[in-house]
Design a protein. Sequence first.
Length: 242
Amino acid sequence: MVTFDRRVLATSFGGVADVYERTRPGYPVAAVAWLAGEHSTEVLDLAAGTGKLTRSLVAAGHDVVAVEPSEPMLAQLRAGLPGVDARLGSAEALPLPDASVDVVTVAQAYHWFDPATALPEIARVLRPGGWLALAWNVADATTAWVEELWQIVNPDEPRTVERPDIGAPFGEPETHTFPHSQRLDRAGLVGLVASRSYVAVREPAERDELLAKVAALYDRHAGPDGIVVPYVTHCFRSRPLA
């Protein structure tokens, strides 16, 4: 696997914002309830992307502020969720006042943060009793064709999520996993792979060759109704230390 500069990878999503919106999965209802709580509250959906988790938070009755550093991703979110307060900003410099939200959620993005700067900022905007909630959807490689996909796309990528680097001012996180799935057609599976940061930054010819292999895999394994991608949704919750 070619190694790319982390900063290049982190900024690659703007170029694939529309593909990301069309093809990335949402989050299971049970996971959303575990992450944000079962009762309506004020939530900051941080690094919200195109609003995949934001939608579910709104549907669950939460009052949501979405913050996202990529303008193209934020444009997708605003188009799909025009009633949501959506702001340009980063985890390291949150555009919110002190003690203004009850929960901060981060989906598919915490690994891009600088924890030394982001964690104090997140703690700053949380009200007493609030918490930080992290989530990642990871395609379940115990399914044979999914492992075949991993081998094509990035054989070195971990097949699970290890405990994230959450330190002071937060305590030890609780963890939970949830099953999830997504049905895709041929273009959807190809787009799902194309939305990966390390695919988006490849040279066009190299990227096209990789995506052709993904399309061929789809043709080998899909049924008349497409293909179902199984996921494990890994969730973590942590509260500021007293």
